[in-house]
Design a protein around this ligand. Structure first.
Ligand code: PLP
Length: 409
């Protein structure tokens, strides 16, 4: 039985933090999430009781760090159903993971005339590295059309794929419209044609049951801070044989088995060859604690809770005359505007009621041509949000006319 009140007790920021005199209502989970105490405790425990380096020392402290580090990798592999722990490469987040695969795999496998398929709904971190890699290699960026609702359909994937397509890189759930792509079907179709599929899991992994083997996705990027973990840590999942083919983008200590002064370098096996230098050990340990916490509650339970809450919010929003909702049917973030009120102004007013929502282009700068609007508001929910919070949010939405008075009156 899902007990949101019990879950809320685990989050210090939901117990006592006030904004403008109101208890915090945090509805910006797509940007980053709050942290349960257990994550902070694990990081604190590392920093205060066994704060050694990993893979370097021959003493107990260092072994303890190695164990905690490997345990986290193992738990993250389990969380996404990877075939082996070595398929998890720690990065600083999704941006870093997408850059690693674009430069480490894309730049070394693409040649002039090859095509990389993206969509206009991508986050900047899944477009800009590809633009650069296309410039470097002569590859061409093409886009899969969105349908009238902003979704990626198999029909449109099939229309965009041709004999030049080598890579498809897509957000599994986009950060603005929040639709879940048909990843499994895309992978099956792509693999029949020798195409590699890269998933940007920044907005999907925190909210869904992830099964990289079931989906057969080749690479998947994720960020810990969007799933209750610390900032500055994330991972790139890659099928082991593809990681073997992939080049590191950074070199240094720990990634090499040996090298000589003539520049002959022999690298270690994945994932170590990608993890040069002292890693973000406390981040890795916090990431591990976060996925254990999530697994304990169960990702399907979390997903169901969020869907129920989303439907509740959508029904209430659609009943308001002064609100436009752009994606009532998706399963991710809710994108909307208060009619006649600039999104940033609206977000500021929500803030005065203690409600954190996101306003702007949400780093998907080529999507505005599609939506035909520059800025939107975004509500993104998570496991600790409640119907009562939605009710309070809706009450503020209803104040639309007052807002116009406040801003322009
Ligand atoms: C879809 C998507 N991809 C990638 C990112 C980048 O994540 P990070 O900033 O954690 O690297 C985000 C962040 O908002 C995102 O929403």
């Amino acid at each position: 039985m899902y007990n949101v009140e019990e879950i809320r007790k685990d989050f210090p920021m939901l117990n006592g933090i006030k904004m403008h005199g109101h208890p915090l209502i945090y509805l910006d989970n797509g940007a980053t999430t709050l942290k349960p105490k257990v994550v902070a405790d694990e990081v604190y425990r590392y920093l205060t009781t066994y704060s050694g380096n990993a893979h370097r020392g021959d003493y107990d402290l260092s072994h303890q760090v190695d164990e905690a580090y490997s345990q986290a990798r193992h738990d993250i592999a389990t969380f996404i159903n990877a075939a082996r722990d070595e398929e998890i490469v720690f990065t600083s987040g999704s941006t870093d993971a997408l850059n690693l695969v674009a430069y480490g795999y894309g730049a070394t496998h693409l040649k002039a005339g090859d095509e990389v398929l993206l969509s206009v709904a991508e986050h900047a971190s899944n477009t800009l590295p590809w633009f650069d890699v296309a410039n470097m290699t002569g590859a061409v960026i093409k886009y899969i059309d969105l349908d009238e609702k902003g979704r990626i359909t198999m029909d449109n994937v099939k229309k965009a794929v041709n004999e030049h397509t080598k890579i498809i890189s897509l957000a599994v759930v986009t950060n603005v419209l929040g639709y879940h792509i048909p990843l499994r079907e895309i992978c099956a179709y792509a693999h029949e044609r020798g195409i590699i599929v890269i998933g940007d899991g920044a907005q999907s992994v925190p909210h869904n049951v992830t099964d990289v083997q079931g989906d057969d996705v080749d690479f998947l990027a994720m960020s810990a801070h969007k799933m209750l973990g610390p900032t500055g840590i994330g991972a790139l999942y890659g099928k082991y044989h593809l990681l073997e083919e992939m080049k590191p983008t950074r070199y240094g200590g720990d990634s090499n088995a040996r090298y000589n002064k003539d520049g002959e370098v022999s690298l270690k096996n994945p994932p170590t060859k990608f993890e040069s230098g002292t890693q973000n050990i406390e981040g890795v340990i916090g990431f591990g604690a976060a996925v254990r916490y999530l697994m304990n509650i169960g990702m399907q339970n979390i997903h169901d809770h969020e869907l129920e809450l989303r439907r509740y919010a959508i029904d209430k929003l659609l009943a308001l005359d002064n609100v436009t909702v752009y994606n009532p049917e998706s399963t991710g973030a809710i994108t909307f505007n208060i009619k006649g009120v600039f999104a940033q102004d609206a977000a500021s007013l929500f803030n005065t009621y203690g409600i954190a929502v996101r306003a702007g282009e949400h780093c998907a700068k080529i999507l505005d041509n599609y939506l035909g609007i520059k800025a939107t508001l975004r509500v993104s929910l998570y496991l600790y949000n409640t119907k009562e919070e939605i009710d309070q949010f809706i009450e503020v939405c209803k104040k639309g006319d007052d807002w116009l008075d406040a801003f322009f009156g």
